[in-house]
Design a protein around this ligand. Structure first.
Ligand code: KG4
Ligand code: ZN
Length: 348
């Protein structure tokens, strides 16, 4: 069963072909980072125009790399949310056109669910049936959440950020420190030779201890990074010399450490609560080596199996979209040309 996946939810145009939900035959990703860099963040209008320009070539290349003919495809899967409406629309329009022309089912895929499925794309990864139930930490530029996955398709949101996502906090922090864009990898580079204990930044307590719920969520499993960002802003105002005196690496390392400590403490709490054997981490920030080391430490502490999304499938890609569709099938959803984008789609 060969599925063509299409992903355009933010600033990557991607197409992939995956066989039987596991074998990635091709995965082509065009990153728009260079186009957004002058603005220090994703500009939706530039993103959607770029998707329009690239999508045709990217899909053709994914098919060529897979060595397949159009008639070899069994379905076309596409991210329909969450994400930027004007970006999602481009991928959805392309997928609808292909599904109609090829007379194949159109499979709608939730972007966050696809990220979670990236846990199973490693060569050594266990099958979802073996690893579930598990706790997953989803950390990207747009999302930060703790999710219990009971099985593919059944999720329970345990906690999430109340303001910025972890990646967004790194991107905004890098901007304040006048490092490049996107901020996560830039901070990682500088922080690698810095002292993470140099500045004690706040670890983002999200609620008054008397609040026992935030909506349906336990505040102790939620995240907040806006206070951390403000702390960095004031630190830099009070110590402007750090931008030039060689100590910026220590400030960057301390800031990154505060983001990761906040992630780890909530993840640890979720693991104590959920008593699963497996836990994992997905999304763009999961590329970070310091975060990966800390997660390995947590796995050792509780003698748990850690699943990390393979590096190639941490940031946005269509392989995870096609793989999820191939693993779950599409009898109930296939084929609807009425499908619309859902920019604020959730997973539970
Ligand atoms: O998953 P992703 O490609 O897009 C969203 O769905 O949001 O994640 C992008 C985010 C950006 O905030 C970027 O700074 C962060 O992932 N990121 C990293 C690293 N590589 C990308 N953060 C920390 N360390 C990295 N090496
Ligand atoms: Zn993403």
């Amino acid at each position: 069963m060969n599925v063509l996946g299409i992903e355009t939810s933010c600033d990557e145009t991607s197409a992939a072909v995956v066989r039987d939900g596991t074998v990635v035959l091709s995965n082509v990703v065009y990153s728009q980072i260079a186009q957004h860099r002058p603005y220090g963040g994703v500009v939706p209008e530039i993103a959607s125009r770029s998707h329009v320009e690239e999508i045709g070539g990217i899909v053709s290349k994914a098919m060529a790399d897979a060595g397949l003919d159009w008639k070899d495809l069994d379905a076309v899967a596409v991210t329909y949310g969450p994400g930027l409406a004007s970006s999602l629309l481009v991928g959805l329009a392309a997928a609808k056109a292909l599904a109609l022309r090829l007379a194949k089912p159109l499979v709608p895929v939730n972007h966050v669910e696809a990220h979670l499925f990236s846990l199973f794309l490693g060569e050594e990864s266990p099958r979802p049936e073996t690893a579930c139930p598990l706790v997953a930490l989803m950390v990207s530029g747009g999302h930060t959440a703790l999710v219990r996955m009971d099985k593919v398709g059944r999720y329970h949101l345990l906690g999430q950020t109340l303001d910025d996502a972890a990646g967004e906090a790194l991107d905004k922090g890098a901007n304040l420190m006048k490092l490049g864009y996107p901020g996560g990898p830039e901070i990682e580079k500088v922080a690698a030779v810095g002292d993470p204990a140099y500045v004690k930044f706040p670890r983002g307590v999200v609620a008054n201890p008397r609040d026992d719920r935030i909506g349906d969520l336990d505040p102790r499993l939620c995240f907040s990074f806006s206070g951390l960002k403000t702390a960095l802003l004031y630190y830099l105002k009070d110590h402007p010399q750090v931008l030039t005196d060689g100590t910026l690496k220590h400030v960057a390392a301390s800031y990154q450490e505060a983001v990761f400590d906040a992630l780890l403490s909530r993840t640890e709490r979720a693991l104590q609560q959920e008593r699963v054997s497996f836990f994992g981490c997905v999304g763009g920030v999961a590329k970070n080596q310091r975060l990966r080391e800390k997660l390995v430490g947590l796995a050792k502490k509780y003698d748990l199996q850690l699943l990390l999304a393979p590096m190639a499938y941490c940031t946005d890609n269509a392989a995870m979209v096609a793989a999820l569709a191939g693993a779950t099938g599409w009898s109930a959803t296939g084929g609807s040309q009425d499908l619309d984008v859902q920019p604020d789609l959730t997973i539970s």
